[in-house]
Design a protein around this ligand. Structure first.
Ligand SMILES: C[S@@+](CC[C@H](N)C(=O)[O-])C[C@H]1O[C@@H](n2cnc3c(N)ncnc32)[C@H](O)[C@@H]1O
Length: 229
C-alpha cells in the first residue's frame, strides 16, 4: 500500500505527525496524506530540494509547483534561495486552498531552524492569482486553478510535481497534463516527483521527457527525475 494515497480534495484534512516529527495533513474519509508518513520534511527535502532545486543553477530560477497545499515545498525553497542568494520566481497551482487556521498549526517553522514563521503565514495569506515579492530573492504567484484545465503562464526551469497519487487522481498524471507542463518548460528543464510507478514513467516518456530513476526518500525505493529533451 502506498504511504500517501487516496483523496480528491474533498473532506476535512486533519493534522498528523509523521516519522521525522513534522506534520502532514490526512483526509481520513479518503485515506490520503499530503506527504509521506515516513517524514514530511524529509520527503520534501529529498525529492524537491536535493534532487530538483540543487541540480539547477539558474538565477533567476523559474519554478512551477503542482499542488501548493501546506506550502512546505515553497517554504523550503524560499529558505534555500535566501541561503544561496538565488533569485526564484515560484508559481504554484492549487485547486483546493487550505484554511489559514489549519496552516497556522503546522509545525514546520518550529522544526526548521532557518525558516521564518511570519513569512510562511504571509505566503498563505497572499492573494491568489497575483504575483507578490515575498523577499528580495523570492516572488510567489499562487494560481487558484485546476491543473487539468488551466493555462500555465510562463516558462519554467524546474517543476515540482506534487499531486496526490495516481491511484486516486489519475487525471493529474495523464500524458495530456504532462504535455501541457512540458510545453510550459524550457528545453533541458527538470521535473521531479515522489512517484516511481511504471505508468507515470511511460506517460512522461510519451511526452518527450528523459527519465531518471533515483533512490527515493525514507520508506520509498525510488522517485523520478525527468528532463525535457
Ligand atoms: C500531495 S498534496 C501536496 C501539496 C503540497 N505540495 C504540500 O507540500 O503540502 C497535492 C495537492 O494537490 C492539490 N490538487 C488536487 N487536485 C488538484 C487540481 N486538479 N489542480 C491543482 N491542484 C490540485 C491538492 O489540493 C493538494 O494540495
Amino acid at each position: 500500500m502506498s504511504t500517501r494515497n487516496k483523496t480528491g480534495g474533498t473532506g476535512k484534512p486533519v493534522i498528523i505527525e509523521t516519522a521525522d516529527a513534522s506534520h502532514t495533513l490526512s483526509v481520513p474519509s479518503l485515506g490520503e496524506t499530503y506527504h509521506s508518513r515516513h517524514g514530511a520534511i524529509q520527503e520534501s527535502l529529498h525529492v524537491f530540494i536535493k534532487n530538483g532545486f540543487r541540480v539547477t543553477e539558474q538565477s533567476p530560477l523559474r519554478i512551477l509547483e503542482v499542488g501548493f497545499g501546506t506550502g512546505l515545498n515553497a517554504l523550503l525553497t524560499l529558505t534555500e534561495a535566501d541561503r544561496e542568494q538565488r533569485s526564484i520566481h515560484y508559481t504554484t497551482v492549487e485547486r483546493y486552498p487550505l484554511d489559514t487556521a489549519l496552516i497556522s498549526r503546522l509545525n514546520y517553522c518550529q522544526l526548521l531552524e532557518e525558516a521564518d514563521e511570519s513569512l510562511f503565514l504571509r505566503m498563505h495569506a497572499l492573494r491568489w492569482n497575483e504575483e507578490h515579492r515575498l523577499t528580495e530573492n523570492f516572488t510567489l504567484l499562487k494560481l487558484h486553478e485546476d491543473l487539468t484545465t488551466c493555462h500555465l503562464p510562463g516558462k519554467y526551469d524546474l517543476v515540482y510535481f506534487d499531486a496526490f497519487s495516481a491511484e486516486v487522481q489519475p487525471e493529474m498524471w495523464s500524458p495530456e497534463v504532462f504535455a501541457g507542463i512540458s510545453e510550459a518548460m524550457v528545453s533541458g528543464g527538470v521535473l521531479v516527483t515522489y512517484a516511481a510507478k511504471g505508468s507515470v514513467r511511460r506517460a512522461l516518456q510519451q511526452t518527450g521527457f528523459r527519465i531518471e530513476r533515483l533512490p527515493g526518500p525514507p520508506g520509498k525505493r525510488e522517485m523520478i527525475r525527468a528532463v525535457k529533451k
